[in-house]
Design a protein around this ligand. Structure first.
Ligand SMILES: Cc1ncc(COP(=O)(O)O)c(C=O)c1O
Length: 429
């Protein structure tokens, strides 16, 4: 892609640069302090769940299908919480454990189980020498941090418009027994917003791993987070496994109410094959007696069932959709026709993934910060923070108000243009 700046004459480019430097100086003088860095719901969104706090009082019945929410017991979670979690993912509640308030924490526990105890009777990963995880990139930085923290080697895999490049995934998983896992966000992936196609889901289910202790970490964090239209369809990976016939111990699936109710104060769950769940439960039982069932009770009384969750998520969508629309509007108005960048336009999730000119992302993020707008660090969506082409920037538009977001995007657009113009100038030096 040849940018409009690259096509200019020297005189035109110098004039454009001078004009953009002036615009940047004007923005710098405003001393803005805006944040488009992390994917957090806005205060308006968390307020949607405040009525949940009124549902449990000192007079409330704290039992649920024979389980006491106010005491030890029900180590796999309250029966109605497991039923809700299972309904949302389309799986059997018998294979669901609801525990903790963070799905990332459960993912960590599962990696730790492989690392310390081993999976399916295999040697613990810590005794197997080099161990690798595949990381579709750009992806979720905190996934990569989990495996990196164990000294597991993170291997980037290209992301396409319908999911990870399955030829690359198959090659690694089926030929290299040191590959023990892959991080996946199958619906509205962080940060690309991509939803995996049926072909990709089926290709995952059909994998024949070289390592018997290989597992797919299927993080369905944005399973219910559609903000536009009917939402992208996602095939249930356990249905895809069933199509292959028989039960394979291949997938750990995770989700949580983090961006449904209150991040870090909700409920999280994991589901897997019966054999894998039995193994994980043995490992979990050494960590905790039983989970936070009062929070689970509040959640099921508030959300009720999958239809209740859908209705609640429609309220989130009303708040979130205008912010994503503003991103599209500001980027199209500011950058359309300049051939300097592309960006995603997702139907759900929390992010827009932006691709600038080669070698620009770090400079854009730094300049945007200088002009008062914080963005996720360039490179963060790549293993070890290394974006090989330095092009990707993650935009998280949900937290700021619409007015702040508009200002932040105006700053971002100027920064992108100025960096693209400086790059075009540097090419001619
Ligand atoms: C893909 C993905 N998974 C998990 C999480 C965190 O979820 P939790 O708060 O349940 O740990 C996030 C938060 O941004 C996310 O983007």
């Amino acid at each position: 892609m040849t940018s409009a700046f690259q096509k200019m004459t020297d005189a035109e480019l110098d004039a454009a640069l001078a004009d953009l430097e002036r615009q940047a100086d004007e923005l710098r003088a405003l001393d803005l302090k805006l944040d488009m860095a992390r994917g957090k719901p806005s205060p308006e969104q968390t307020a949607l769940s405040r009525p949940m706090l009124d549902l449990l009082t000192s007079q409330s019945d704290l039992t649920d299908n024979g389980a006491d929410a106010d005491n030890y017991g029900a180590p796999e979670g309250l029966p109605s919480a497991r039923a809700l979690a299972a309904e949302l993912l389309g799986v059997d509640p018998a294979n669901v454990s609801v525990m903790g308030s963070s799905s990332l924490n459960l993912m960590y526990d599962c990696v730790e189980n492989g690392y310390v105890h081993g999976i399916g009777g295999e040697k613990p990963w810590c005794q197997q020498g080099t161990v690798k995880f595949l990381c579709p990139a750009p992806g979720y930085d905190r996934h990569f941090t989990v495996t990196e923290s164990f000294g597991i080697q993170n291997v980037p895999v290209p992301m396409r418009e319908d999911g990870p490049d399955m030829d690359v995934v198959r090659e690694y998983v089926e030929k290299d027994a040191t590959v023990k896992g892959i991080w996946c966000v199958p619906r509205y992936a962080n940060p690309t917003g991509v939803t995996y196609s049926d072909d990709v889901v089926r290709a995952f289910a059909a994998l024949r791993p070289a390592a018997p202790d290989f597992r797919i970490f299927w993080d369905n964090a944005y399973a219910v987070h559609t903000f536009r239209g009917e939402g992208d369809p996602l095939m249930n990976i356990f249905d895809a496994l069933a199509e292959q016939g028989g039960e394979k111990n291949l997938v750990y699936e995770f989700a949580s109410t983090a961006k449904v109710t209150f991040p870090s104060s909700g409920m999280a769950w994991v589901t897997a094959s019966p054999a894998d769940m039995a193994e994980l439960r043995r490992s979990f039982s050494a960590m905790r007696v039983s989970p936070e069932k009062i929070s689970q009770l509040a959640h099921v009384r508030f959300l009720k069932d999958a239809a209740g969750v859908r209705a609640h998520m429609e309220k989130h969508a009303e708040i979130v959709a205008p912010r994503f629309a503003l991103v599209q509007q500001k980027l199209s108005e500011g950058l359309g026709g300049l051939d300097v960048a592309t960006w995603t336009d997702p139907n759900g999730g929390y992010f827009v993934s932006f691709e600038g000119p080669e070698g620009s992302a770090k400079a854009i993020v730094a300049l945007t910060a200088e002009l008062g707008v914080k963005l996720t660090g360039a490179g963060a969506p790549w293993p070890y923070g290394k974006d090989p082409r330095d092009t990707n920037i993650r935009i998280a538009p949900t937290y700021p108000s619409l007015e702040e977001l508009g200002q932040a995007l105006d700053v971002f657009v100027v920064a992108v243009k100025l960096v693209a113009a400086r790059l075009a100038k540097a090419e001619r030096a």
